[in-house]
Design a protein around this ligand. Structure first.
Ligand code: SF4
Length: 125
């Protein structure tokens, strides 16, 4: 199980993590809940249906995982572009991001509604 080395939480419930790869370099993984109890006035239909007795603060969520360290696309406005492409993550490192976030959020596919978003570009080699 990879280590979550840092967490950044937004007022809308979104959490962004720095997760360590096999070589200690970090990648970003994001948890995006829907129907959360985040921003004041953010009362989605899901929140209204679940009411105040809801066990969780969300009813479904998306986990956005990294597939590479760095990026080869080189958009001029982006800090990640300065890294260039360093390497592709292994399948285990990609799956590990999902497992680490599911554990942190006490989420369980099959019981909870979880979407995955895999973002990445083919490296130039
Ligand atoms: S991470 Fe996204 S914004 Fe940044 S260089 Fe790559 S494609 Fe462009």
């Amino acid at each position: 199980m990879p280590a979550i080395v840092e967490t950044f939480r937004s007022t809308d419930g979104t959490e962004r993590y720095l997760i360590a790869g096999n070589d200690g370099q970090t990648v970003e993984t994001v948890w995006m809940p829907e129907g959360d109890g985040g921003e004041e006035g953010d009362s989605s239909p899901d929140e209204a249906r679940r009411g105040s007795d809801a066990k969780k603060e969300w009813s479904r969520a998306t986990i956005c995982v990294s597939s590479q360290i760095g990026c080869a696309v080189n958009c001029q406005f982006c800090l990640t572009a300065r890294l260039g492409i360093i390497r592709n993550l292994t399948a285990g490192e990609i799956a590990g991001q999902v497992a680490a976030v599911l554990r942190r959020q006490d989420a369980e596919p099959g019981r909870d509604r979880i979407n995955l978003c895999l973002w990445g570009w083919a490296s130039r080699s």
